[in-house]
Design a protein around this ligand. Structure first.
Ligand SMILES: [Zn+2]
Length: 162
């Protein structure tokens, strides 16, 4: 998936039909489905993988998905969302070409199938579980952002403020 099915912004799901992957490297800038929920799910998957195998690639994947797609899919007011996140949108063309029926040029307040807004909110409110990964003798920083943490690593109490 990471080698052949992911956009540079950490978004996955290249086609609307089945909200699915297609062939390798098929990542159309303007018609890709790249749903917000897919990037939330990608972060959940990468975190689980990171818990099983301390490999920085999983942290990098979470970083790509969070800072580009997940946070980009919600407006600063926290009330408007992108359901899909194609890299390229031509607003004047959308209504004249059915291949863009799933694309919106602006974030919307709600959707008929409203999976993305609560998934984004759930991820944002649980972001503390993604920032660090602790092992028995080390603390790994996966994401950057202002936070505080108090944690015990190898019997030593750590308090971090960033
Ligand atoms: Zn969704």
């Amino acid at each position: 998936m990471v080698q052949r099915q992911i956009c540079v912004i950490g978004a996955i799901g290249s086609q609307r039909a089945g909200e699915a992957f297609s062939s390798d490297y098929d990542l159309p800038n303007d018609t890709a489905y790249v749903e917000s929920c897919a990037s939330v799910g990608l972060m959940m998957f990468a975190r689980r993988m990171l818990e099983m195998e301390l490999d920085g690639r999983y942290g990098d994947l979470m970083e790509r998905a969070l800072y580009n797609t997940v946070l980009g899919s919600i407006a600063f007011d926290g009330r408007h969302y992108f359901y899909v996140n194609p890299l390229e949108v031509h607003p004047k063309t959308l209504r004249y070409n059915g291949i863009y029926n799933h694309v919106s040029p602006v974030r919307r307040r709600w959707f008929g199938c409203a999976c993305c807004p609560p998934n984004i909110a759930r991820l944002c409110t649980s972001i503390g579980h993604y920032i660090y990964t602790a092992s028995t003798d080390a603390l790994y920083v996966n994401l950057y952002g202002g936070n505080r943490v108090a944690i015990s690593v190898d019997g030593h109490a750590l308090r971090l403020l960033s």
